[in-house]
Design a protein. Sequence first.
Length: 289
Amino acid sequence: MQQSRNITHKSASNLALAFVLLPKEKRDGMSALYAFCREVDDVADEDAAPVAERRARLAAWREDVRRACAGQAPEFIVNRELQPVIRAHQLPFALFDELILGCEMDLDIKRHETFAGLEQYCHRVASVVGLLSIEIFGYKNPACRDYAVHLGKALQLTNILRDVQTDAARGRIYLPLEELKRHRVTEEEILRGEYSPRFRELAAGVARRARDFYRLARETLPTEDRRAMAAAELMGSVYWRLLQKLEARQFNVFGPRPTRLGKIQKLALIARTWFRVLSGAVVPNYGTP
């Protein structure tokens, strides 16, 4: 697991942060899954490489993880470390395939026309990770799958709102074009980093959708599985707080400093989430009006 641990350790992601709540076996399993997700995402995001090259590399990852799922010998170190996790938790190739399909969308799609198209993207790159993760966490009630889907979309929409400026610098706009048109915001304004009351209303509409998915996640998580989902609940708490910060700033994401949570805030959320899980609290730290 050394390669996967190294990749996870180097990452400053909130997903990696959540692993602190897991016992060692599950923490190692999630590190292996995270390393796979990080590797394929990095391939898609390597803008300096030609699209055809990135597509071929993603195809190689797809074939290699297919071998891992089929009990054959994968070539990539990360997939060799992931294979025992796949075996132990019966992780299906179809979910890995769909995750890579989401990465491939970034090769071809720089704009999403509708919320339906954006939601499909969010499902592939975030909800699918949730569906894989809950198999590692372990759960009793199949409703946990709906929980994973809803929470994944909530987290990804929050990410999209936070990263508007970063994505625009790479020529990408994830906010649906139908919403830009409705709020009279042009693509050029976003690419230039121009904040306006019209952009604020556009972003607020996306935030409302994110809030709906947080609420759905909150409502669908079975009580008997709340403790097993402690790491996911921490993720929900961290990103919910991030969404609140974006709202407090009225979605002005074009400044020199990106919206982030500080270390003290994250540590407080870890402590609060762990306390609530251990005490049997039935209400998550997110998704409230």
